[in-house]
Design a protein around this ligand. Sequence first.
Ligand SMILES: *Cc1c(COP(=O)(O)O)cnc(C)c1O
Length: 463
Amino acid sequence: MSRSAHPAGPRHADVLPEGHYSAPPADLNRLDEKVWSRTVSRDEDGVVTLGGIPVTALAEEFGTPAYFLDETDFRARCRAWADAFGEDADVFYAGKAFLSRAVVRWLHEEGLNLDVCSGGELTTALDAGMPAERIAFHGNNKSADEIEKAVRAGVGRIVLDSFQEIVRVAHIAQSLGTRQKVQIRVTVGVEAHTHEFIATAHEDQKFGIALAGGQAAEAVRRALKLDGLELIGIHSHIGSQIFDTSGFEVAAHRVIGLLKQIRDEHGVELPEIDLGGGLGIAYTAADDPREPHEIAKALRDIVTRECEAAGLRTPRISVEPGRAIVGPTAFTLYEVGTIKPLDGLRTYVSVDGGMSDNIRTALYDAEYTVALVSRTSEAEPMLSRVVGKHCESGDIVVKDAFLPADLAPGDLIAVPATGAYCRSMASNYNHALRPPVVAVADGTARVIVRRETEEDLLRLDVG
Ligand SMILES: *Cc1c(COP(=O)(O)O)cnc(C)c1O
């Protein structure tokens, strides 16, 4: 069927309004494998399937909105990262991207380690059987209770984030009669190429201790003196949604500069260096993430080269991908409700969720794509904005995307690449019930985080 070069849209004309989009895609029914998880396809009836199960069946059984997570893809990504970094490096999955007990078990089975950044994440990890020595504990303001719980559990490392915390962790470890393995998180002054609000390595920020002005060197001096601490390395995390390794190159150069200074001053070669996470994924066809083996090779080469130049033994490397593992593995399934064409602008397509299940568009101006998944359509492309049902005009899920002009209430649409930072940042705004996470593998779907109920809301509200 032929299709004009212009979107027919809601009767609008030749001029498209300002927006994020480029041209409408040649075929609205095609699913770009860059943004959809690996077991997603369309069946002969045109219905999108995940692990062989049609989304219409998933919607009927689990309701909408809901996150559907491709367990096969998740496990494959874990293995790809573990294989890429090999035996002499460690991959820590950043639990804040999305954590549940099932996820912890998959990580454990696939040989990954786990980053947690709160007592709640630590409890989830331990409860699901992650060995404590494979857990790293992060955070800029860990409470004394959280630290004590982590030390008692025997976590593999606590990443120290301030001068006060150096003393606090040392004291707690010593009072428990143990020596806690720690890293010191430093800020290297590198800003990763990304949105201002999600870059975390400016010096003017709450995380870490600055290399600049000798702060980090002073932190090391203090940590080395304390009996309760065993300093095993230096940590740096430079941002998020990063696509090239040049930022890591500068960061590694500066961190290794510190390792050299430590060797010269204390005669100690710290055995580990952690380069953090922040590796990007494809949210739209415009994004081109690199494969884990390319990233691994690039980071390894950088560290080896810098250490040779500094005359140091190459330390053990660790990395902490969160988004790059879980992000691409899930989509959010919504039912279309109200459709409101605005002449000369775009069509507002309301769904049964919104900023409560995906805050990233409102918070970071994040870009997503969307597709009609309950059927195919040969209708003209219609410039659309997918919005939620919340009382807030910024409640936008997908800012600009093309959907078929015959879209109707009751159709199912899906937003891919919502595995990271969507369920984990979900809220109860407007007393929305947070959606379930359903894992699909080999033709079987099961709830791993159930949908919230009105009873859940009332239970917290003690009246
Ligand atoms: C958030 C975070 C990560 C994971 O970031 P992604 O963008 O999800 O890869 C890793 N390490 C630290 C210290 C973080 O704060």
